[in-house]
Design a binder for this molecule. Structure first.
Ligand SMILES: *Cc1c(COP(=O)(O)O)cnc(C)c1O
Length: 428
């Protein structure tokens, strides 16, 4: 290759992998091995001291899993990262080195339903908490930060519907407060947006969605810009001070790899949210075609949203790529190639029409997933957002008369025809 930094699609195919040094295998093998033979006792000691990078035990590192983390890091413009067992695991893994008892994360109120639940209830068992704010109200975001805040969290294109976060404004607030901005980039993917270019420190992914792209894997990734100065305050002792959980090593001394090494040597070691190499292999294969798929996903989503907006029986289409969206201008700055392929539609017929539509579609699958090659539909109020209070449902964009569409890469005429017959069946 030339000296020029490779483009996105080149990195998607090549980054993180090279022909297998042992066999020359062109596709990275699935290293289905738990452990790795040390050359000698000194080599083993050097690996455990992090004086030499290598493989010890697959709960911490595995060549196939590392290749995935390194490929996503390359696509996101990050210094390093880790892959783990799910998107939800990635969120815990991102917070773990930063948080401690009584610490909080200031979080957007517009999030994937499962993340709202994880942040509202489950993280409290660790002594952590989340303060939810409307990220369009920048004063409220600033006001929510207190001396125990350790991170700000948001999604690029918020699930379930049509909301684009002003990442530059969020990064500015985080910078001013000396905090890392964590961005869940699952629904945008690095093809549409690289949050680090907008000032984010950590980027998390559910690799379950567009990265793998075909609904075969549950996986997650966290990548780090490598640019945050963990020693600038006393807020991040796990990184800036000798870490008692790793024989007193000061991870900040590892420079831009401080977070990545902590997340591996302490996070994966002790929390065990490890991805298996078979899953990493599927994700690597999926990412090879990420650019091609996203281009089609976005083109189809725009066409479907435009068609729906004119269809009778439709109250609203919340796709940020529509000129009618309040986030249209912002989407041009944050996701200039398109506003993703996930949006919500509000039906005039209310809750009952939504249920009827979901049951009448033939091409669309009614599933609790998104970012598949196949077109998917779900009614959040009766499923993914069911555990939330009515007020939380509204704030998350999941009112009872709303269905969420994840537009696939099929022929767009077939997608529209299916929606048309389904809406007719639903009385629209
Ligand atoms: C699916 C999803 C998650 C959770 O990921 P899992 O792989 O299901 O654990 C987190 N954030 C967003 C935006 C998602 O779509």
């Amino acid at each position: 290759m030339s000296d020029k930094t490779p483009g996105f699609d080149t990195l998607a195919v090549h980054a993180g992998t090279e022909p297998d040094p042992a066999t020359g295998a062109r596709q990275i093998p699935i290293y289905q091995s738990t452990s790795y033979v040390f050359r000698d006792a000194d080599h083993a000691a050097r690996l455990f001291n992090l004086e030499e990078v290598g493989f010890i035990y697959s709960r911490l590192t595995n060549p196939t899993v590392n290749a995935l983390a390194n490929r996503v890091a390359a696509l996101e413009g990050a210094a390093g990262g880790i892959a783990c067992s799910s998107g939800h695991a990635a969120q815990i893994m991102a917070l773990f080195p930063l948080m401690g008892p009584d610490c909080n994360v200031v979080s957007s109120s517009r999030l994937y339903g499962g993340t709202i639940t994880q942040f509202s209830h489950t993280i409290r068992r660790f002594g952590w908490s989340a303060t939810f704010v409307d990220t369009d109200d920048l004063d409220a975001v600033e006001a929510a930060i207190d001396e125990n805040t350790r991170a700000i969290f948001c999604e690029t294109i918020a699930n379930p519907g049509g909301y684009v976060t002003d990442l530059d404004a969020m990064a500015k607030i985080a910078d001013k407060a000396g905090l890392p901005l964590i961005v869940d980039n699952t629904t945008a993917t690095p093809w549409l947006c690289r949050p680090i270019d907008h000032g984010a420190t950590l980027v998390v992914h559910s690799a379950t969605k567009y990265l793998t792209g075909n609904g075969t894997v549950t996986g997650g990734v966290v990548v780090d810009s490598g640019k945050f100065d963990w020693s600038a305050s006393d807020k991040f002792p796990s990184l800036s001070q000798p870490e008692p959980a790793y024989h007193g090593l000061t991870f900040a001394a590892l420079g831009e790899m401080a977070f990545t090494f902590h997340a591996t040597a302490v996070g994966l070691r002790d929390l065990g949210m490890t991805l298996n190499p078979q899953a990493a292999h599927y994700s690597l294969m999926g990412i090879e075609t990420l650019g091609l798929r996203m281009e089609r996903h976005v083109a189809n989503a725009r066409a479907v949203a435009e068609w729906l907006e004119k269809r009778s029986g439709i109250e609203a289409v919340t796709y940020a790529g529509l000129e009618s969206s309040p986030y249209y201008e912002r989407s041009k700055a944050i996701v200039p190639k398109g506003a993703g392929a996930l949006f919500t539609v509000a039906l005039e017929g209310g809750y009952d029409a939504c249920v009827k539509l979901v049951d009448s579609l033939k091409l669309f699958s009614h599933v609790a997933n998104l970012g598949d090659t196949r077109s998917l539909i779900i009614h959040p109020a009766s499923t993914t957002h069911r555990q939330l209070e009515a007020e939380q449902q509204m704030r998350a964009g999941a009112a009872p008369n709303v269905v969420r569409l994840s537009i696939g890469i099929e022929d767009v005429d077939d997608i529209i025809a299916d929606l048309d017959q389904g809406l007719s069946a639903a009385g629209a």
